[in-house]
Ligand binder design. Structure first.
Ligand code: UD1
Ligand code: UDP
Length: 398
């Protein structure tokens, strides 16, 4: 059992995050922790992202207890690390929680785990154990998650594969819990039948058009790879007159410039600001095909039965590739055009990819994480059983 410095006070946890995907995936955990009477929960955001973080906080009605407000335009990795680490050093030092939760693989994740370690505070890593095995793919996330794993005491692995990655690195088996991914908990919160979009123009998309939804932002894809993606998108739209492309463009200026240069003003192309996550999830549900280099979208789309072409050479999320709903298409312009066109013209190929499966969760990941913490710190309850995916499970059936 892990010890804490409680001395009669309530067990306290601090949940640390800073970017859009961390916020989406930590929000269900914050809600679950706040329902748990034995744990006092504080939220600290670095605000490595500002607007894109605030959209999520608003939707999930989370008001941070601490906001480091570190984002600057064009920030470097060193600057983010530096500002996050200094801010967290102070917040953790003044508040001394019994446990710090971090999520995933961003620079905030790594800085949060390091700051907690410097204060000798145990770290719980949510979405632990994802690996490509390649130092620079994705960059810098692969090293962020490995370093965070080394600094962590509790590892909340979303899948059995993530658990086996950790075991292969000699992480003690009794510190790993297979919980499912909290992003599926978030989907259950956001996806609704007869959803009305907050972004008004999405309520009047052309009738009968097939929707292509795109999101791309990875650091290692900036420059030539992103330009190649954009050229491919332009050709796909031109080749298929019934296709309508929606691309909520990440706020990074290094993403915006090439996207706008190549796609702005084209017929049947809608470039819009990042959507709030309820709009985005419900738009995924209405899409015919999704093209992305995002991590989270690869986990969400299988639950919605929407095929995804991953615009990367490797993925740390092979479960849905194995299940057939996600295909790694890479960054070559011809390969992207060819694969997308096949799916748009070959109904059997499309249907082969469009099955709803749920390798990543059943909507109860946050509850398992809280149960694991209660058990591990002697607050009550027993060890939660591992998450195991059902053979066939759409979002409706989880
Ligand atoms: C970060 C994460 C990445 C994650 C991604 C999710 C790191 C190193 N990268 O990458 O793992 O996949 O978030 O989107 O942690 N910006 C704004 N407003 C915002 C957000 C970003 O203006 O709300 C602009 C700023 O100019 C900022 C730039 O985007 O400097 C890049 O943001 P940053 O967090 O450094 O990198 P991401 O590519 O977003
Ligand atoms: N997302 C969103 N609005 C958008 C695009 C994406 O809310 O306009 C959500 C998406 O549903 C997923 C998350 O953002 O939950 C993924 O974040 P991102 O692609 O920024 O990061 P990654 O998952 O690649 O780290």
């Amino acid at each position: 059992m892990l010890s804490s410095n409680r001395q009669g006070r309530r067990f306290s946890a601090m949940v640390v995050f800073g970017t859009r995907p961390e916020a989406i995936k930590m929000a269900p955990l914050v809600h679950e922790l706040r329902r748990c009477s034995e744990i006092e929960t504080a939220v600290c955001v670095t605000a490595q992202h500002r607007e894109m973080l605030d959209q999520v906080l608003k939707l999930f009605a989370i008001t941070p207890d601490f906001d480091l407000d570190i984002m600057q335009s064009g920030q470097t990795l060193t600057e983010i690390t530096n500002r996050a680490l200094c801010g967290l050093e102070r917040v953790l030092g003044e508040n001394r929680p019994d446990l710090v939760f971090v999520h995933g693989d961003t620079t905030t994740t790594f800085a949060g785990a390091l700051a907690a370690f410097y204060h000798r505070i145990p770290v719980g890593h949510v979405e632990a154990g994802l690996r490509t095995g390649q130092k620079y793919a994705p960059y810098p996330e692969e090293l962020n998650r490995r370093l965070t794993g080394t600094l962590s005491d509790l590892h909340f692995a979303p899948t059995a594969l993530a658990r086996s990655n950790l075991l292969a690195e000699n992480v003690p088996a009794d510190s790993i819990f297979v919980t499912g991914n909290t992003v599926i908990d978030a989907l259950r919160y956001t996806v609704q039948p007869d959803y009305q979009f907050a972004r008004e123009e999405l309520n009047s998309l052309p009738k009968g058009a097939r929707l292509l939804l795109v999101e791309a932002h990875r650091r290692e894809n900036l420059g030539a790879p992103l330009e190649s993606i954009c050229r491919a998108l332009r050709r796909i739209v031109q080749d298929h007159p019934d296709v309508f492309l929606v691309f909520p463009v990440h706020r990074n200026p290094a993403v915006r410039q090439p996207v706008f240069d190549c796609l702005l003003g084209l017929d049947r192309v809608m470039l819009i600001e990042p959507l709030d996550v309820a709009d985005f999830h419900n738009l995924m549900q209405k899409s015919t095909l999704i093209l992305t280099d995002s991590g989270g979208i690869q986990e969400e789309a299988p639950s919605l039965g929407r095929p995804v072409l991953v615009l990367r050479e490797v993925t740390e999320r092979p479960e849905a590739v194995d299940a057939g709903t996600v295909a790694l298409v890479g960054l070559n312009e011809e390969a992207i055009v060819e694969t997308a066109s096949r799916l748009l013209t070959d109904d059997a190929a499309y249907r082969g990819m469009a099955a709803a499966i749920n390798p990543y969760g059943d909507g109860k990941a946050a509850a398992r994480i809280v149960s694991a913490v209660r058990w591990r710190f002697g607050l009550g309850g027993s060890k939660p059983p591992d998450f195991t995916p059902k053979e066939s499970s759409s979002l409706e059936s989880v």
